[in-house]
Design a protein around this ligand. Structure first.
Ligand code: SAM
Length: 281
């Protein structure tokens, strides 16, 4: 058996499957879990690959650590989405973190991840029991949370599904403006933003919307296992933080496998035509 995610224009990313573990329809989306031949478990939402067990860090590390290491002292962190627990797991590796909140819309994703996927090292279970001293899980819509939040954050990480269904508004100008307001005096915002080659228009659209909300916007790519790479990430800055620089001393405490802080500048490699488009040439 095979699982293939089909992207636009007939481009596919596929895995050989040894068994199907489950398929369940939640109130928001269809969740599937498979065992693959060489990459451990494969987690799929509405037909799109969310992660493979042996390779998920190639997504979670570039999503979390560049912004955390660029901020001088990230104490308060908000994660939107990320129901598998991988993003929060990486956030909590930073000793500076005092308070992290994760807002995931779909309780079923958390349940399936906790019981079957288990990339979180027991974190989701501890969150549900209220036994994780520095972190809290809220089941709710990130868009609504961002309108009504009381707290302010040093770093906001959007680990969402693609910009359709419940995640659509997470890529809107209004959402970015609310996120800017939810950051402290200075702070960093990051979102995954899709395949550079196959969703170029979506990346450009999100980039333009972010430029209307943040003081500075950066764009970088990373080769993610299981996605139509290079995968893109957009970073919005509030205040005087230079995202081209990261704290290499703090990086030494992190046990990284994919993102290389000593080669931080390599994140900014991109196809020439994409840079031309972003710079409006
Ligand atoms: N960590 C995964 C990976 O490695 O690619 C990424 C995906 S994570 C499972 C995406 C989550 O975003 C899903 O669980 C989905 O329910 C959640 N999500 C989508 N829209 C949301 C919204 N508006 N508010 C909060 N969570 C949302």
């Amino acid at each position: 058996m095979e699982f293939v995610e089909w992207y636009p224009r007939g481009y596919g990313v596929g895995f050989k499957i040894t068994s199907k573990i489950l398929e369940v329809q939640s109130n928001y989306q269809k969740i599937e879990l498979y065992e693959t031949e060489g990459f451990g478990k494969l987690f799929v939402i509405d037909g799109t690959v969310q992660l493979v067990e042996k390779g998920e860090r190639s997504y979670h590390e570039p999503l979390v650590h560049p912004v955390m290491l660029s901020h001088p002292n990230p104490r308060k962190v908000l994660v939107i989405g990320g129901g598998d627990g991988g993003t929060l797991r990486e956030v909590l590796k930073h000793e500076s973190v005092e308070n992290a909140i994760m807002v995931e819309i779909d309780e079923k994703v958390v349940e399936v991840s906790r019981e079957y996927l288990k990339i979180d090292g027991g974190l989701l279970e501890r969150l549900i029991r209220g036994e994780e001293p520095k972190a809290k899980l809220i089941i709710g819509d990130g868009v609504e949370y961002m309108k009504s939040h009381k707290e302010h954050f040093d770093v906001i990480i959007v680990d969402s599904t693609d910009p359709v269904g419940p995640a659509k508004l997470l890529f809107s100008e209004e959402f970015y403006k609310n996120a800017y307001d939810a950051l402290d005096e200075k702070g960093l915002y990051i979102t995954q933003s899709g395949s550079v080659y196959l969703f170029t228009d979506e990346v450009l659209g999100a980039y333009k919307n972010m430029k209307k909300a943040f003081d500075k916007v950066y764009y970088f790519t990373f080769p993610v296992i299981g996605y139509a790479s290079p995968w893109s990430f957009l970073v919005g800055v509030k205040g005087d933080i230079d995202f081209m620089k990261v704290d290499l001393d703090r990086a030494k405490t992190l046990d990284l496998e994919y993102y290389d802080p000593e080669r931080h500048e390599t994140l900014f490699q991109m196809p020439k035509y994409v840079r031309d488009l972003l710079e409006g040439k």
